[in-house]
Design a protein around this ligand. Structure first.
Ligand SMILES: [Zn+2]
Length: 170
């Protein structure tokens, strides 16, 4: 089921999400909904808080559903290694209409569990590394805006707040 994407300004996006301790039908359904919502958007990644659920779950597909084996689901992910640097334009499904260049590692390694509760290790480079870092931020209540200079971030936030006041932020 495609779910509405929660936007900047919503409390669930500012909280640190809870670890998943039990994988039940509700988590399986949640992941299915996250995948469908990500593809519909379309986006290359989605974190559970973005559909209003404060749980440490992320999905990514840097091929946007075009290629097999590009879809990753990871629960309770942690970044266990990062190297290099990349500086590319980044946007967010929860901040539609805004983007900015953000420095991210060139490569990252995530460790977490899959939907069977088994430990998995995922390696990502370039766009996938960026997606992993971006979704990790959401699980910690952060946005790509937090990586910008104060001035740049303030400028974007003021514009968003104006849209909220005008009732155009939806
Ligand atoms: Zn995002």
């Amino acid at each position: 089921m495609i779910r509405p994407i929660v936007l900047w300004g919503s409390e669930v996006l500012e909280q640190s999400s809870e670890r998943v301790t039990n994988i039940t039908d509700s988590e399986l359904k949640l992941v299915q909904d996250m995948i469908e919502t990500m593809y519909k958007a379309p986006g290359v990644g989605l974190a559970a808080p973005q559909i209003g659920v404060s749980k440490r779950i992320m999905v990514t597909d840097t091929s946007s559903g075009e290629k097999k084996d590009y879809l990753f689901t990871i629960l309770n992910p942690e970044i266990v290694a990062a190297e290099g640097e990349q500086y590319e334009e980044e946007g967010c499904l929860s901040i539609p209409g805004f983007s900015a260049p953000v420095i991210r590692p060139k490569k990252v390694v995530l460790r977490g569990i899959d939907l069977n509760g088994k430990e998995i290790v995922l390696e990502g480079a370039d766009l996938l590394a960026r997606a992993f870092c971006h979704e990790m931020d959401h699980l910690d209540g952060k946005f790509f805006l937090d990586h910008l200079s104060f001035i740049k971030r303030d400028m974007i936030e003021r514009r968003i707040k104006k849209l909220i006041r005008q009732g155009k932020w939806e």
